[in-house]
Write a protein that binds this ligand. Sequence first.
Ligand SMILES: Cc1cc2nc3c(=O)[nH]c(=O)nc-3n(C[C@H](O)[C@H](O)[C@H](O)COP(=O)(O)O)c2cc1C
Length: 385
Amino acid sequence: MSIDFHPTAPRPVEETEPLRDSRETNPMFNDQKMKLGLFGTNCSYGLVMSHAPSTYEVTWAHTKEIAQRADALGFEALVPIARWKGFGGTTNFNGNCFETYTWAAGLAEATENIAIFATSHLPTVHPIVAAKMATTIDRISGGRFGLNLVMGWVTPELAMFGEQRQQEDRYAFGQEWIDYVLQLWGEKGSFEHHGTYFDGVNLESYPKPVQAPRPLLINAGNSKSGIDFSARNVDINFASLDTLENMATYTKSLRTKARDEYDRDISTMTYGLVVVRDTEKEAKQAFQSVIDHGDWDAAGNVMKIAGMESQSFNEQIKQFQERFIAGWAGYPVVGTPEQVVEELGRLNDAGMDGMIMGLVDYNEEMKYFGEKVMPLMVQAGLRHE
Ligand SMILES: Cc1cc2nc3c(=O)[nH]c(=O)nc-3n(C[C@H](O)[C@H](O)[C@H](O)COP(=O)(O)O)c2cc1C
């Protein structure tokens, strides 16, 4: 027996059309020269694999307080980490964490202006479900939603869902996944999707998101296929790079690729641990304290997964492990408020349009950042009131 579920009357425009241009609603498109965000405030220990003293904890009240503080300061972004399992060690790093779509929905309601992201491991969620969840969060937030597209990277956690695909195939799957989601966000009436990984007929998805032409998309792939995926699909790529020179070269080539091959614009941003104190000595001591209290076992596990276990232990590896412990191998920014602003300026000159930060104690250090660093960023022309 077949039943015709097609609507017999035209759908109202509030269901069928995106409501507003994303450039008007999403702060990631605002005109602040150096955008600011927080990274990892949904997962235990955030970006530090360390027992360094901190009031940070993964409770709803605490994550909400941090989000509201960032929002009140005028930060642009809250980007969560997608994690299903900890990295072991004495901290079980990141193991206690909130799922990111539902976290984003809660914070969308609790904030006013900041962009709220979900970080999605694409193989773990069907495009029809993801498109609908994203639309719902976009509606709750009035067009402030962003989606971080992760193909799957950490094999032991993705193994919880079944066998992980090989790298190339992960991005091929990701391409079809996002194409399918774009159909669901954009197409009116009933449509079909036929691909390698998904097959669907009599499809529909109402309402459409707030943001036109689609909600903001980001990706942090840095491999050849990851970079190509970013150039083709997303608004912002997050670079994981160690020097300003590498960032400048990376940004230039990614922008050229997006323009030449896909006729698109893309920007780049980065991430890392920020430690700012009244004096350089105090800042360096606080950074060193993270390393001194480091969870070397968890860091070792992360590095093994990142494919570095084949190298023998030497000074270089130790330094790298320190970078993992203090900021998930991001770009560390450590110093006085003046020094931190100078470094953010150098990152900006190297092509980074923003930084999503880890802080050892997000809630407490945000207060200091707002008071001491933000005014200097305005003076330096990196931001305006
Ligand atoms: C800023 C940033 C955020 C990321 N967030 C996550 C995450 O939450 N969960 C995850 O499994 N991988 C995350 N990744 C991993 C990337 O999506 C990507 O898989 C990784 O950088 C390796 O690049 P590749 O996939 O091109 O090899 C993140 C990477 C960066 C630099």
